[in-house]
Write a protein that binds this ligand. Sequence first.
Ligand code: NAD
Ligand code: UDP
Length: 325
Amino acid sequence: MKRALVTGGAGFLGSHLCARLLAEGYEVVALDNLYTGSKDNLAAFAGNSAFSLVERDVCEAKTDDFGAFDEIYSLACPASPVHYQARPLFTALTSVKGILFCLELARRDGSKLIHASTSEIYGDPLVHPQPESYCGNVNTIGVRSCYDEGKRMAETLVADSIREYGVDVRMVRIFNTYGPRMHPQDGRVISNFAMQALTGRDITVFGDGSQTRSFQYCDDLIEFFRRYAAVGKSGIREFFAARKLGAPVLNAGNPAEFTILELAQKTLAAIPGSKSKIVMRPLPSDDPKKRKPDISLAKELLGWEPEVALDEGLAKTIDYFKTRI
Ligand code: NAD
Ligand code: UDP
């Protein structure tokens, strides 16, 4: 039986990944301190002897406490601006110490490591859409920096661990991803708008709503993870060396781009009878003006494209939030 470790396994994406790995016959260990994750997300695996949860801060985790894994997925890190900004030093350290722990474990046992990086690497991008070769436009001292720079440092640690020790790592720059099991009070835009529209509260559009995002449904991302993990180490090395990228890094996102105002209108349209109205609130500082992935490399290497359109994914997500009111 193959063994996988998922740090951040009790979170929104981590729990979907655990479910997929269990369905594929893996033994799965989730490591999570439950900062933004929840045991509720793992309820479906209670009683499954192939699953276990280690409740621990990844910054305190010791490799000696763990046996060998075939695959390690590094997801531990708060992802919502509200939560990562509430504890900025913790956020930055989680990114750095979390990936160091995973790199050490992967190096010791020759495991494959798949690291959840982010489109925030690109900051407020000056290139649109964003290809992996774009180095980004990031403020080092703003309120988003704890997350952005923590994740950028994690990418550097990965790239140097590959160069120095030949560790088998693949990085995924994840663009805004949503779906069932997002926390209803998560603070991110899809959960906020859906919960507001379902409970008749004002829908809070920040700024004038002209900023854009590209929304990816969670199932598309999990499929991406699995295809990326399935590529052999030499295939990965050759593909990225031929494209002169310093390390294996792929964008994962849905290139369909929407303004935040359009998202608010779509959310209202998906909930007929909602009494909510759209209101404008101040734009948080350093909020990226636009974001859209160039996914040509993922198409080429993995034959992957997102399949779930926003209207379909939004309807499934709203159905989930109805159960959480
Ligand atoms: P999430 O907040 O639901 O999940 C993060 C999980 O990590 C939670 O279960 C949390 O309790 C756990 N965690 C946080 N700090 C920890 C620590 N120090 N030790 C142990 N566990 C810790 O968020 P998510 O959307 O599922 O994101 C998962 C990963 O994907 C994160 O690394 C995030 O940066 C990345 N990502 C997500 C998105 C997205 O749109 N969902 C976009 C880009 C990147
Ligand atoms: N946003 C909004 N209203 C909300 C929450 C977020 O208008 O209640 C905006 C936010 O300013 C940003 C976009 O929606 O422009 C996406 O925000 P989110 O926090 O989901 O993720 P980000 O991409 O900013 O990390």
